[in-house]
Design a protein around this ligand. Structure first.
Ligand code: PMP
Length: 492
């Protein structure tokens, strides 16, 4: 086989071989089932190293263009072209059952960033996301850990694994929780696919359709979507600077007989507030008196930048009243999809059974890698570093807000977490502002998607200060200021 190679153009030789073969396969010059020359032969013909040819073949194999048959050689695979457009974009007549599906019940938090991307701005800046900064992820360290776990554990790393999750990981989590004042046995921990699955499983176990759930209003939008999808009636409790207004709870407990209280007591999403110590104790007392379980969602509890850590509800639990869920998504990386539930009593077994029905197990390989990565010391160091970075970003965002946004806005400084919850000047609507802000190249989450009725909170926005570097925070808030001024002049 003849492949023209250019040793001067700076493109690695293996890539030149690969792209020549790729074109030959895609154009049909090398049809399916063609046997490629043996690596040694082609290397000899081209006057290159054998590994160079092997690397080219591996790259083609990784893209599904060829496959190697043990002892027999490397063969071209048939090419299956993908349709040019997604079928969803066509006007195809769908079967009736498809058109009858319930639509648009979701608050759809992705729309802000879709709108930002669609604006075509050359340097879009998103403050809409719900996670910390992907640029901080320990990518290289984690890759090495996965490799060493594969080497160490071999097939064990690829089995379904233990029902509750990998025991050493659960022990590690129990140690981290103990360092935060929450004492629990590893057997009371169930590993889940993120805390979203933990919320899903808990509510599935405890509630049935039409049951009532009490939540903070506003609250985490995907929790609202989930509860609504499962057919629950959602009753809201307002939030102030001290978190959920627990004083209003007793009347609601008597009136509605809820089956669950869902709360985000630390650095609440979206408001960033923390439930005060007194309210925590009152909440536990009321839940006990009215026999209602509490689902405590501690999604960023560790990311505290100042002030004292409050005891978790679970650590105040006299026994079996609180189901605690947390996640490695915000503190580490969301794509791991590792979260966990801490629960005591018979509910533990029910959660375990539902977990099995839901997905059999959370990835064994990822759990083992996380365990190998996350010694308590490393976790604390990582947390310390992240906290310092995010605190500086929070301060930068507050300074930028004060510099670039007009008077009439208001917000409270969050003591941790990811979000600033900001009230726009009176009569400004976040949903009117969003498209104009996106045109300027900045996005945020409009407040109404966090409210149960989907319409309150028109004049609120959630800004994620942790996900962007300081220069972009300054630039992004400046753009937001321009958007606010634009909409104000338009209104006049
Ligand atoms: N709880 C809250 C309050 C959240 O904001 C999120 C994600 N944004 C989750 C739970 C779920 O996250 P994960 O499934 O990645 O753990």
């Amino acid at each position: 086989m003849r492949i023209p190679l250019d040793r001067q153009n700076g493109i690695p030789i293996y890539q030149q071989i690969e792209s020549h073969l790729r074109q030959a396969i895609l154009s049909g010059n090398l049809p399916a089932e063609t046997r490629l020359p043996a690596c040694r032969q082609l290397a000899h013909d081209l006057g290159v190293n054998r590994t160079t040819v092997e690397n080219a073949y591996s790259a083609l194999e990784a893209d599904g263009l060829v496959f190697s048959r043990m002892g027999s050689g490397t063969y071209v695979l048939p090419v299956y072209p993908l349709p040019a457009i997604s079928k969803n974009n066509t006007d195809a007549p769908w079967p009736l059952w498809q058109t009858n599906l319930q639509r648009n019940i979701f608050s759809n938090s992705d729309t802000a960033d879709e709108m930002l991307q669609a604006s075509g701005h050359p340097h879009p800046i998103s403050f809409a996301s719900g996670i910390s900064d992907a640029r901080q992820f320990p990518v290289d360290e984690f890759r090495k850990v996965i490799q060493s776990v594969m080497r160490r554990d071999q097939i064990d790393a690829l089995e379904y694994g233990e029902r509750r999750g990998y025991a050493p990981l659960r022990e590690g989590i129990a140690r981290i929780l103990a360092s935060q004042g929450l004492q629990t046995h590893p057997d009371n921990i169930l590993i889940t696919a993120g805390s979203q699955q933990a919320i899903f499983l808990t509510s599935q176990v405890l509630l049935k359709s039409n049951d009532i759930i009490l939540v903070e209003d506003p609250t985490y939008s995907a929790a609202i979507d989930l509860f609504r999808t499962l057919g629950f009636q959602i009753v809201g409790i307002p939030v102030d600077g001290q978190g959920m207004q627990v004083e209003k709870m007793e009347t609601l407990l008597q009136l509605h007989h809820p089956k669950l209280i869902y709360t985000v007591p630390n650095f609440h999403n979206p408001t960033g507030t923390c439930l005060s110590s007194a309210r925590r104790r009152q909440l536990i007392m009321l839940a006990g008196r009215y026999n209602v379980p509490i689902l405590e969602d501690d999604f960023v509890g560790d990311l505290r930048y100042e002030g004292h850590t409050q005891p978790s509800l679970k650590s105040l639990d006299p026994g079996g009243q609180v189901i605690y869920v947390s996640t490695f998504s915000k503190m580490l990386m969301p794509g791991l999809r590792v979260g966990f539930i801490v629960a005591d009593g018979p509910v533990n077994e029910s959660l375990l059974n539902f977990k099995r029905l839901s997905d059999l197990a959370t990835s064994t390989l990822i759990q083992r890698a996380l365990d190998a990565y996350m010694t308590v010391g490393r976790y604390q160091t990582y947390l310390h570093r992240s906290s310092q970075i995010f605190r500086a970003r929070r301060d930068a965002m507050i300074a930028a807000i004060e510099r670039h946004l007009p008077s009439g806005i208001s917000f409270e400084t969050p003591k941790g977490g990811l979000f600033i919850w900001l009230r726009l000047p009176k009569s400004l609507s976040a949903n009117d502002l969003l498209p104009i802000a996106c045109k300027e190249g900045v996005s945020f989450s409009p407040g109404n998607s966090f409210f149960i009725d989907g319409v309150s909170g028109e004049d609120w926005i959630r800004l994620n200060f942790a996900s962007q570097p300081i220069e972009d925070i300054e630039e992004g808030i400046q753009r937001l200021g321009t958007a606010v001024r634009r909409i104000k002049t338009k209104k006049k």
